[in-house]
Design a protein around this ligand. Structure first.
Ligand code: NAP
Length: 345
């Protein structure tokens, strides 16, 4: 069983199905709750636009390939290809299709509860199904934290992002003022990265001191393109249908009455990620930030033998599609070898 439906899950499924392990991918349920949390099937990549850094997709027109590769029933719901390298949703549909082509079965449901204290392991789904499995790969990813403003939702993918590395180089952000929210290392990294493209980066932080490491904070403070807005919170993301994000309205956290508007064509939330581990309910060892703990260096082993973890659910550091896919492959190989050693395959 593979739980999740991002690059880690599909890479694991491709390897597991080609090894005749007959994987079932439990890809997540299509619910309003998952939509609001950013945890619908196909994961975080399905919420991004262009993917320019996944090897193998140089810019070009992929229409004919997408038409021929992806099942017609799903293809007809995909927006037209925009003519750049590849989009996040397209990449995920291709990975899913590739796994299905090799015999992977897919269940569109959420796993709500697991029992890893017995073997075969037991999974319970939102739709009521109970599933047993000799080995499980958990690849449920993480979700970016946003402030939770309705205006953030309105402009997601139209200037609102939580990933500078994914989106920062897009034309809409080039030579324009941008806003980054947060005061940790992620915010420092995002602001520094975006300063290569933006005319100005406004770094908005709610306190008057950064949480970030000194070296990264010093780099930001020395960067002439980054202006820090201390003691400030975003009250609303401003924009319109034609241009997407056009700015933000800030509220001063010391004097709540004081407001300021900034022009910006992009808004990047860098206030942390939350791993999707709630359903594990104490069954696997987690880190203090609630990511699954890999227990052995360079392996995808978890604290329970036969349960493997791949992708962002176990990685708060790299968080890239290519690294998630790589660890998904590793988890499938680890599972295959474990099953063979135990005589299950
Ligand atoms: P983080 O350290 O938890 O920082 C989150 C920041 O967002 C904090 O400054 C926090 O403000 C702010 N924040 C949280 N909720 C907010 C809200 N509702 N409104 C406004 N601001 C809010 O998270 P992170 O920066 O993603 O870093 C996570 C971990 O990854 C850290 O251990 C970090 O060192 C590591 N990391 C390392 C690197 C690197 O070394 N290259 C890069 C990225 C991340 P307060 O400070 O006021 O709480």
């Amino acid at each position: 069983m593979i739980i999740g439906s991002g690059p880690a899950a599909w890479a694991a499924a491709i390897y597991a199905s080609r090894a005749n392990l007959h994987p079932l991918v439990i890809e997540g349920a299509i619910t309003e709750e998952n939509r609001c949390k950013g945890t619908l099937p196909l994961g975080q990549l399905a919420l991004t636009t262009e993917v320019e850094n996944y090897p193998g997709y140089a810019a070009g027109k992929l229409d004919a390939y997408l038409d021929s590769a992806i099942d017609g029933d799903r293809r007809k719901y995909m927006p037209p290809h925009a003519g750049h390298g590849i989009s996040g949703p397209e990449l995920m549909e291709l990975m899913r299709q590739q796994a299905v082509n090799f015999g992977t079965e897919v269940l569109t449901d959420d796993v709500t509860e697991v029992n890893f204290r017995r073997h075969p392991f037991e999974l319970h789904c939102l739709g009521g199904r109970r599933i047993e499995s000799h080995s499980v790969i958990v690849a449920t990813g993480a979700r970016a934290n946003y402030l939770g403003l309705p205006s953030e939702d309105t402009f997601k993918n139209r200037g609102v992002s939580a990933c500078a590395v994914c989106d920062g180089a897009l034309p809409r952000f080039r030579n324009k003022p941008l806003v980054v929210i947060g005061g940790g290392d992620s915010a420092m990294e995002e602001a520094t990265y975006l300063s290569k493209f933006a005319s100005t980066v406004h770094l908005v932080h709610r306190r008057e001191a950064f949480r970030a490491s000194k070296i990264m904070a010093d780099r930001v403070l020395a960067n002439p393109k980054i202006q820090v807005k201390w003691n400030s919170e975003v009250d609303e993301v401003l924009g319109n249908d034609q241009h997407g994000v056009t700015g933000v309205r800030l509220r001063n956290t010391k004097d709540q009455a004081k407001h300021e508007e900034l022009s910006a064509s992009g808004y990047f939330a860098a206030i942390g990620h939350t791993p999707n581990t709630d359903f594990l309910q104490g069954q696997l060892e987690l880190t203090d930030k609630r990511y699954i703990k890999w227990t052995t260096a360079a392996r995808t082993y978890t604290s329970i033998e036969g349960v493997f973890a791949a992708g962002d659910v176990a990685d708060d550091y790299y968080r890239q599609a290519i690294t998630a896919a790589g660890s998904g492959c590793m988890a499938a190989l680890d599972a295959e070898r474990w099953l063979a050693a135990k005589g299950f395959h």
